[in-house]
Design a protein around this ligand. Structure first.
Ligand code: ADP
Length: 453
């Protein structure tokens, strides 16, 4: 079926994911009149997205992760279910170029960028070089993989300590090592390489200047393969083990947003990007930006941007995958009020150890200015083998103060029994002075150990 822009409207899409993001995608497919198919493993056979889907495909494997990671069986499911396209969500196969290539071979559309773009951006060394060439500011660092302590320390002498060693194929903050003197390189390099090897099957690591007192600021981009627009920034500095706990926006003034926004659009256009992307930066105490990486997919925190811009990002990602040109111009994007998102992980709020189990009771808040994206329900068995994200609780307010006040109300109303969760931590953060003053860096949790009480 061809629609107005000469593009191919999808009839049926396979969701190759689980949990809240599977439900998020399913709802939008419904809104768009597209049939929703889904694969699932044993643990998820009774989950909400599976029950609500039009077609469910049991892809159970002895190792639960394989149900979502086995490329050939996911491709077989897409073919058998006669899907026009696959939505990968985040995690699992979302950044797997081999998967994208296999789908391309079968004539099935991958909702996201091309295999070549994923390969380029998946390598942080290459991505840094490409974005530097497009005019984005990057931190000083190595332009090639580093495996010898001598080479690393010569570079560190040049750029200045501390430095950080990171995996070229990295993700999820895995393996990163901060080095503050030359004698630490030998063991830090080995540790980062071995973590990288076991997590990503690629032991290449590189060194970059460690930005002290940094904030994490990221830009949401949508591109159609030719042109790109941005939806502004999200502030994601409240992290544990380099993983985000709270995201919010907006954070910058209009001039800075326009400046960095136009750079990220140039960056996306320079690689022929198609789909949703997030450009991540660190921002130092002087307000200078350093490009970190591009996440070539929908992100957990895209919801923050949806609340402040009023645009359905998942829908837009699907529309450009159908072949439509960008349906919006940069001038169409406006920002209104402030949104905060708390990740309600099933983890203990002291050491962040996953807490799987059955939810005996659960109630999520709703009402003016509140959004909760979750696949959880009373009786839901939270598995221990997947990500611990149970729900994303968002509030919108006319300004930051208003959004925070509403978040306190929303957190107080939420009931989750049966697993440990992060509500007590989020609630304390919402009352904490530095948080309320916006006096936040990526060391926030380290510097506020009292909150882990
Ligand atoms: P990953 O892909 O593993 O998530 P990123 O490069 O996106 O890795 O970095 C994740 C987090 O690690 C950042 O938000 C920040 O907290 C920390 N980090 C990464 N690079 C640096 C750096 N050069 N200086 C300071 N912190 C860094």
């Amino acid at each position: 079926m061809f629609d107005f822009a000469g593009s191919m409207a999808f009839k049926r899409v396979l969701i190759a994911n689980r949990g809240e993001i599977a439900l998020r995608i399913l709802r939008t497919l419904r809104d768009m009149g597209i049939e929703a198919a889904i694969i699932h493993g044993r643990e998820d056979r009774l989950s909400l997205p599976v029950r609500l889907s039009d077609f469910a495909y049991d892809n159970s494997r002895p190792n639960p992760l394989d149900s979502y990671l086995d490329i050939e069986s996911v491709v077989a499911a897409a073919k058998e279910l006669k899907c026009d396209a696959v939505h990968p969500g985040y995690g699992f196969l979302a950044e797997n170029a081999n998967f994208v290539r296999r789908l391309e071979e079968e004539g099935i559309t991958f909702i996201g960028p091309s295999a070549d773009v994923i390969t380029l951006l998946g390598d942080k060394i290459e991505a840094r070089a490409a974005m530097e060439a497009a005019g984005l500011p990057t931190a000083k660092g190595s332009s090639e993989p580093i495996s010898e302590a001598g080479v690393a320390s010569a570079l560190a002498d040049d750029i200045g300590y501390p430095v950080i060693i990171k995996a070229a194929a990295g993700g999820g903050g895995i393996g990163m090592q901060i080095v503050s003197k030359a004698s630490e390189f030998e063991s830090a390099l080995k540790l980062c390489q071995s973590r990288a090897k076991s997590a990503f099957g690629d032991e290449r690591v590189f060194v970059e200047k460690y930005i002290e007192g940094a904030q994490h600021v990221e830009f949401q981009v949508l591109a159609d393969g030719k042109n790109a627009i941005h939806f502004g920034e999200r502030f994601c500095s409240i992290q544990r083990r380099h993983q985000k706990l709270i995201e919010e926006g907006p954070w910058l003034d209009d001039a800075k947003r326009a400046e960095i926004g136009s750079l990220v659009c140039k960056g996306a256009e320079s690689v022929g990007y198609k789909g949703l992307a997030t450009f991540e930066f660190l921002r130092d105490a002087h307000g200078d930006f350093y490009f970190l990486e591009v996440n070539p997919r929908v992100q957990v925190e895209h919801t923050v941007t949806e609340l402040i811009t009023g645009h359905n990002l998942v829908e837009l990602g699907i529309r450009v995958a159908q072949g439509e040109s960008l349906p919006l111009k940069q001038e169409d994007i406006e920002w209104r009020g402030h949104a905060v998102q708390c990740r309600l992980n099933a983890e203990d709020p002291r050491e962040f150890i996953p807490s799987p189990g059955r939810l005996w009771e659960c109630h999520f808040p709703s009402g003016y200015g509140i959004r909760c994206d979750t696949h959880a329900h009373p009786g839901y068995d939270m598995p221990g083998c997947f990500d611990s994200l149970l729900a994303k609780l968002l509030t919108w307010g006319k300004d930051r103060e208003d959004a925070i006040a509403r978040m306190k109300t929303a957190l107080d109303e939420t009931v989750i029994t049966g697993v440990e969760h992060l509500i007590p931590l989020h609630r304390r953060i919402m009352d904490e002075k530095d948080y309320n003053d916006g006096n936040i860096t990526i060391q926030y949790i380290d510097n506020h150990q009292e909150l882990l009480g």
